[in-house]
Design a protein around this ligand. Structure first.
Ligand SMILES: Cc1cc2nc3c(=O)[nH]c(=O)nc-3n(C[C@H](O)[C@H](O)[C@H](O)COP(=O)(O)O)c2cc1C
Length: 362
């Protein structure tokens, strides 16, 4: 057991969250395995239709009676000119031809209904609900909290964390620039909001009074101890769990996670129209030379969906999105329970090691 403000509030044994990872990795099996091991499993539900979300929650409940979390994307509604969309369609047709799938597909750009997703969370009384990409309307936050659910926000700067606190969040994830996946940035531009975890966590901790959860590049017990020392009350680890057997990530993606190194990732909006960190691919490299505008999220995400799916079917990681953080060399394919257990074991050893070496002032 390791008691912090977060473990006390959520009634979990260890201050370790498995990050919500929308798009397949966070299966009910993974979420339940982490919660059963004493951490907090989180379902990435941003892309799930309301009924899929309900089924996934019920699946998790069949496998654990411990607390778990569900994560949603706060919606945005970008508009894009016909010209931008036509240019991108033409560009993407090159990949469609190569993958042998139809050109100029009909694109369904509407995302899942946020209101309906929230209603499922209310009906199912999920223990913890986290959000990224922005702050939902006040009435949504109020309804979720009144339902007994703990609300957690995502911030990439101190100002964003302060906004979350003012909006009533019970805790905030400080997402450093090392983090895999989409940036949760919602106030300034992404380039102004790429603050490393080491710099971000203590500054957020100094400026909000709600508990802080450190995220980005944390892969083991050393990262956990460091985060606690920086002022966090828990860590949220994504990449560390991507290649474990319970993760739903594609086999070729898992293999990349296990083989790649700290310098292999980059930040791109090529796949979804929103900045995200992933392992560099041919698609990302090509898009760097694209001279037109990239449609915003979720339009670009919808426009590349058929290509990503066909690439996954063809076992071709070069056209898939391989979201991952900078801690890649520390990833493993151990089970989720082992990762939680070894993170705690290493954290205890590290604390003892530091104490043994002494922190004397002589
Ligand atoms: C594959 C993948 C998918 C992700 N999807 C989400 C998501 O749906 N919602 C969210 O809040 N964060 C998402 N993230 C970001 C994580 O919450 C977290 O910030 C990140 O994994 C931490 O960095 P690390 O990967 O270095 O541990 C995702 C990260 C990855 C790697």
């Amino acid at each position: 057991m390791l008691e912090t403000a977060v473990t006390n509030k959520l009634k979990i044994r260890y201050p370790i969250f498995q990050a919500p990872m929308a798009g397949g990795p966070t299966t009910p099996e993974l979420v339940a395995a982490v919660s059963n091991a004493g951490g907090l499993g989180n379902l990435g539900a941003g892309y799930l239709a309301p009924e899929q979300l309900r089924t996934a929650i019920q699946e998790i409940r069949k496998q654990t009676d411990r607390p778990f979390g569900v994560n949603l994307f706060v919606p945005e509604e970008p508009t894009e000119s016909e010209e931008t969309i036509t240019r991108m369609t033409d560009f993407l047709n090159f990949y469609r031809e190569e993958l042998g799938i139809p050109k100029n597909p009909l694109i369904q750009t509407s995302s899942e209904s946020f209101e309906e997703q929230v209603q499922v969370l209310l009906d199912e009384k999920v223990p913890v609900c986290s959000f990224t990409f922005g702050i939902p309307p006040q009435d949504v936050i109020r309804a979720i909290k009144q339902n007994g659910t703990v609300v957690i926000g995502t911030a990439t700067t101190v100002e964003e964390a302060k906004r979350w606190e003012a909006a009533g969040a019970d805790a905030v994830v400080a997402q450093g620039s090392e983090a895999g996946g989409h940036r949760g940035t919602f106030l300034k531009s992404v380039s102004q909001s790429l603050i490393g975890t080491m710099a971000l966590v203590p500054q957020v901790a100094d400026h909000v009074s709600i508990p802080v959860i450190a995220s980005g590049g944390i892969m083991d017990g050393r990262g956990l101890v460091a985060s606690l020392v920086l002022g966090a009350s828990a860590v949220q680890m994504g990449t560390a769990f991507l290649a474990c057997p319970e993760s739903g990530a594609h086999a070729a993606y898992k293999q990349k996670i296990l083989l790649e190194t700290e310098d292999a990732t980059g930040i791109t909006s090529a796949y979804s129209g929103k900045a995200a960190r992933g392992i560099q691919t041919a698609f990302m490299n090509d898009m760097e030379h694209y001279t037109g505008d990239i449609p915003g999220y979720p339009i670009q995400n919808a426009m590349t969906r058929d290509i990503r799916h066909a690439a996954a079917k063809a076992n071709n990681p070069e056209y898939m999105s391989l979201w991952a953080g900078q801690g890649l060399r520390l990833a493993s394919d151990r089970t989720a329970a082992k990762i939680v257990e070894q993170t705690m074991k290493q954290a205890r050893t590290e604390v003892k090691r530091i104490a043994l070496h002494g922190m004397n002032d002589d």
